[in-house]
Design a protein around this ligand. Structure first.
Ligand code: FAD
Length: 517
C-alpha cells in the first residue's frame, strides 16, 4: 500500500505534539536567549511552567557559578551558526541545583543559513551520572593510593595473564628476585602445587589465601612469600560487546614477604632438625647392623639346611635316629630362632608426617648441617637452586637423610690424600612435570662395572673402613622410590660422579600450563 504524505497542518500538529511530549527538556528562544517556548519535560525538570519563563532569558536557569568563559564559548559558537554542547550548573525554581547537559542549535529562517532567527536548547539532568563518575574516580584514586602504599606486593593480571597493574612493593620483588614477572612464576607454581583445587577456586571465583612459596637464588638468602589470589569479573568496555554477556576475568595476586619470620623459624628449627637427623641416623644404623647380621646369618643357616637335606637323603629310613641329622636340625632351628630374635629387635623406621616438601629447602638444610664436613674436608660447594620449585608430597626427614648420605658420599670420595679437586655442585630444576636435583663431585667417580652394584645391599667399596655397611645408597634409593622418584648415576659424567634424582610434582601439571604465561 502506498504511503501518502500527511497534509501540512497534520504534519505541524504531529511535530508540535512530538516536541511537547519529548522526554528531553526543550526550550526555544529568540536570538537574545529570551524564551518563547518550553515543553512539558522542561517544566518537569526545572519546576518552571511556560507562564513562569516565557519572555525571560535562559539565564533564569543559571546557578551563577558557571565560569564566564563557558558562556562566551557557547555564544561564540551559536552566534556563528554552529551547534554547542556542554555542561552547566543550573538552578530549579525551588532553588536546588542540577547539572544540565545542554545542546544549543541555531534555527535559521527559510531565507538562508545565515539568518538565525531562534535557538533550540535541549538539556537533560546528568547530576546522577556526574556523581557516579566522581565517586568512581574517587574510589579509583583511593584504591590506587592504598595499593601504592600497601607493604605487600600487588599485581593485577588480565585474562591473557598480562600484568596490567602493580605497585612499588611488587617492583621491589621484581628487583630482588631478578625476574621479569614474578606473578607468572607464582601462579604457575601455585597451580602445580594445588592442582585441581586451583582450577576449582578460579572457576568458582573463590580466593586462595596464604599459600607460602619459597624463592631461592644462588648466593642469596631464600625469600618466602605468603601468596593469595582472588578472581573477579569485568564486563568489557568495548562498544561492540554492549549487548553481549561476555566477561573478562582478572586475577589479583597479593604477595606478603614473610622471610624474616621464616628465617627465625629456620634458625630455631635447625637444632631440632640436627637432633632428629641424629636420632634417625642412629635408628637407621641399628636397623642396618641388625639387618646385616640377619643377612650374614642367613648364609650359614641356608648351608646347614642344605646339609640337613643331604644327610637325610643319605641316611634314608635311618634318618630319624641319625645323630648328625638331629644335630643339623638343632643347629638350623637355633639359627632360625636367632634370626627371628634379631628381626624382632630391628627398630621400627621413624616416621614423620608426609606433606608438601620443597626440595630446595631440604638441600639447603643439609648444606647448613654439613658445613663443618665441607670445611674439614676443604670442599667448596656450588649451590644452584631453581628460583622457585613446586612442592612434592613426601617425608622431609627421610629426604634429608637421603641428601645427607649422597653429599657425605661425595665428600668422602674427594677427601682422600693427594686429591686436589674438591668441588661439590648441587642444582635443582623442573622439567616435564618433574622436579630434578643433581649432585656432582670432582672425585674419582664410580667405575662402570660397579655402577649398578653400589645400590645393592651391603655392597661397599670401603668395606675395610669402620662403620661402612654398604647400605647408604640402598636406603637412599628405597626412600627415593617410595617418593615415586628415581635415583641414578649419570653415565655421561666423566669429571667425577654425578647423581641425578627426579620426583613427580605434588599434583599433575595443569593441562594448559601456558595459559598463565
Ligand atoms: P550574561 O551577561 O547574560 O552573559 C555572559 C556572557 O555570555 C557575556 O559575557 C557574553 O559574552 C555572552 N552573551 C550573553 N548574551 C549574548 C548574546 N545575546 N550574544 C552574544 N553573546 C552573549 N545558561 C544557563 O546558565 N543555563 C541554561 O540552561 C542555558 N540555556 C540556554 C539555552 C539557549 C537556547 C541559549 C541561547 C542560551 C542558554 N543559556 C543558558 C545561556 C544564557 O542565555 C546566558 O548567556 C547565561 O546564563 C549567562 O547569563 P548571565 O546573566 O550570567 O550572563
Amino acid at each position: 500500500m502506498a504511503c501518502t504524505a500527511p497534509p501540512l497542518q497534520l504534519a505541524e500538529a504531529l511535530f508540535q505534539n512530538a516536541v511537547e511530549q519529548s522526554a528531553i527538556a526543550i526550550a526555544i528562544t529568540d536570538t537574545t536567549a529570551r524564551i518563547v517556548y518550553v515543553n512539558r519535560a522542561f517544566t518537569a525538570m526545572t519546576g518552571y511552567s511556560a507562564d513562569d519563563v516565557i519572555g525571560l532569558n535562559q539565564s533564569v536557569l543559571s546557578y551563577k557559578t558557571t565560569p564566564k568563559a563557558v558562556y562566551q564559548e557557547l555564544w561564540a559558537n551559536i552566534s556563528a551558526g554552529r551547534d554547542w554542547s556542554g555542561r552547566l550548573l543550573n538552578r530549579r525554581k525551588d532553588g536546588t541545583p542540577y547539572i544540565a547537559e545542554l545542546t544549543v542549535t541555531p534555527v535559521t529562517s527559510a531565507a538562508g543559513e545565515r539568518d538565525v532567527t531562534h535557538f533550540l536548547g535541549m538539556h537533560r539532568d546528568v547530576t546522577k551520572e556526574y556523581r557516579q563518575s566522581c565517586q568512581l574516580a574517587y574510589h579509583k584514586q583511593l584504591i590506587e593510593s592504598v595499593v601504592s602504599v600497601a607493604p605487600m606486593a600487588v599485581a593485577l593480571l588480565d585474562s591473557e595473564g598480562k600484568v596490567v597493574l602493580d605497585n612499588p612493593a611488587y617492583q621491589s620483588v621484581v628487583n630482588d628476585l631478578k625476574i621479569k614477572e614474578p606473578a607468572h612464576s607464582v601462579l604457575t607454581v601455585l597451580r602445580e602445587n594445588l592442582g585441581e583445587a586451583f582450577d576449582l577456586a578460579a572457576a568458582r571465583r573463590r580466593p586462595l589465601l596464604n599459600n607460602e612459596l619459597r624463592f631461592e637464588r644462588p648466593g642469596a638468602e631464600p625469600r618466602w612469600y605468603s601468596c593469595s589470589v582472588a578472581w573477579f569479573e569485568e564486563h568489557p568496555t568495548a562498544i561492540d560487546a554492549f549487548h553481549q554477556n561476555a566477561k573478562s576475568v582478572y586475577q589479583l595476586l597479593l604477595m606478603h614477604d614473610i622471610s624474616i619470620s621464616k628465617r627465625q623459624q629456620e634458625a630455631l628449627g635447625l637444632a631440632l632438625m640436627r637432633e632428629r637427623l641424629s636420632e634417625n641416623e642412629y635408628n637407621q644404623s641399628v636397623r642396618e647392623a641388625l639387618s646385616g647380621a640377619v643377612f650374614q646369618l642367613q648364609g650359614p643357616i641356608n648351608l646347614i639346611a642344605a646339609a640337613t637335606r643331604l644327610q637325610r637323603r643319605r641316611a634314608g629310613a635311618a634318618a630319624v635316629n641319625d645323630p648328625l641329622v638331629r644335630a643339623l636340625v638343632d643347629a638350623q632351628e637355633a639359627g632360625e630362632r636367632a634370626i627371628a630374635t634379631l628381626q624382632a629387635a630391628i627398630p621400627e623406621e621413624l616416621q614423620t608426617p608426609v606433606g608438601p616438601v620443597n626440595l630446595n629447602e631440604i638441600i639447603r638444610d643439609v648444606l647448613m648441617l654439613e658445613t663443618d664436613t665441607f670445611l674439614s674436608a676443604g670442599v667448596t660447594v656450588d649451590w644452584c637452586p631453581a628460583l622457585i620449585l613446586p612442592s612434592l608430597q613426601g617425608d622431609p626427614s627421610a629426604l634429608r637423610i637421603v641428601f645427607r648420605q649422597l653429599i657425605r658420599n661425595a665428600v668422602e670420595a674427594m677427601n682422600t690424600s693427594g686429591w686436589s679437586e674438591r668441588n661439590l655442585h648441587l642444582s635443582t630444576s623442573t622439567r616435564g612435570g618433574r622436579i630434578e636435583a643433581a649432585i656432582s663431585d670432582t672425585g674419582p667417580g664410580i667405575p662402570e662395572a660397579t655402577r649398578f652394584k653400589v645400590f645393592e645391599p651391603f655392597f661397599s667399596t670401603k668395606r675395610a673402613c669402620k662403620g661402612a655397611r654398604g647400605m647408604g645408597l640402598t636406603v637412599a634409593q628405597d626412600v627415593v622410590s617410595r617418593h615415586r622418584g628415581v635415583l641414578e648415576i649419570d653415565p655421561d659424567y666423566t669429571d667425577g660422579c654425578r647423581l641425578r634424582l627426579s620426583f613427580p610434582h605434588n599434583h599433575p601439571p595443569p593441562s594448559d600450563p601456558g595459559a598463565l604465561e
